[in-house]
Design a protein around this ligand. Structure first.
Ligand code: ZN
Length: 246
């Protein structure tokens, strides 16, 4: 089975369209790791697309915020403003879908998915030490996570952990063939708001029969997404960061 793994779409329809076009015909099922909304200007379209196309979706912190389930006290000012705006523009049905999204981790055929970490959906997995502490919590040799908006992930074997890179700047894809001896935590990167200094939309394909993960990056109409964010009156930073990928 070939899975298209998407995370952190963040209501960026231009990025989502580019990913869907690039990935067309290369997967059997779509798995979404959360943060369908927040930051971007197209929450309704992002929800409808995900609802119609994804086989499994778990919630992210911005889905909780957009659905009114999160205390916004912990959000920075731009995130808080975008969450409040998202709540006002979401259609009733889309709001209900967001509100009912399951919390991770979720088990899909032989692998696990979570938004942040397997123990806390809101935790950021960024440091090698944080991965070491998860050694007893990983149920499968491969898991997928999002939340950090950094493509790549980690490989842990016999207590040692190393980082896995995403797609290099001048390439469009990078393959990772899975070793039998260890645990993989894979981050497909963010579709709609990359933060790894590469502004291109990110995604991954996992072929479970071939034991192969392929990371991808694709250019999209950044300027159009930015104009929509500005037209919605959302904070300037949410528009400008898309151009630099941070
Ligand atoms: Zn996110």
């Amino acid at each position: 089975m070939r899975y298209l793994i998407l995370s952190d779409i963040h209501a960026n329809l231009e990025a989502l369209d580019a990913v869907a076009e690039r990935a067309a015909g290369t997967y059997d099922r779509i798995i979404c790791l959360g943060d369908v909304v927040g930051y971007g200007a197209d929450p309704n379209a992002a929800v409808q697309w995900t609802q119609a196309n994804a086989h499994v979706t778990i919630r992210g912190n911005h889905d909780k915020a957009g659905a009114g389930l999160e205390d916004l006290e912990w959000f920075n000012e731009a995130a808080r403003q975008s969450a409040l705006w998202t709540q006002t523009v979401l259609d009733e049905e889309n709001l209900a879908w967001l509100r009912n999204l399951p919390k991770g981790p979720a088990n899909v055929n032989g692998f696990q998915i979570f938004h942040g970490s397997p123990v806390d959906e809101d935790e950021y997995l960024l440091q090698l030490g944080e991965i070491r502490q998860l050694s007893g919590c990983l149920l499968n040799t491969i898991s997928f996570f999002g939340h950090t908006h950094v493509q790549g992930g980690f490989f842990m074997t016999r207590g040692s952990v190393r980082r896995l890179p995403g797609v290099p700047k001048r390439q469009e894809m990078a393959e990772l063939r899975l070793d039998d001896d260890g645990f993989y935590l894979i981050n497909p990167g963010s579709v709609g708001q990359p933060r790894d200094l590469d502004p291109r939309a990110a995604f991954a394909i996992y072929d479970s029969d071939e034991r192969l993960v392929t990371f991808h990056r694709v250019r999209y109409k950044v300027v159009l997404a930015q104009r929509k964010i500005e037209a919605a009156g959302l904070p300037q930073i949410l528009s400008s960061r898309l151009a630099v990928g941070r």
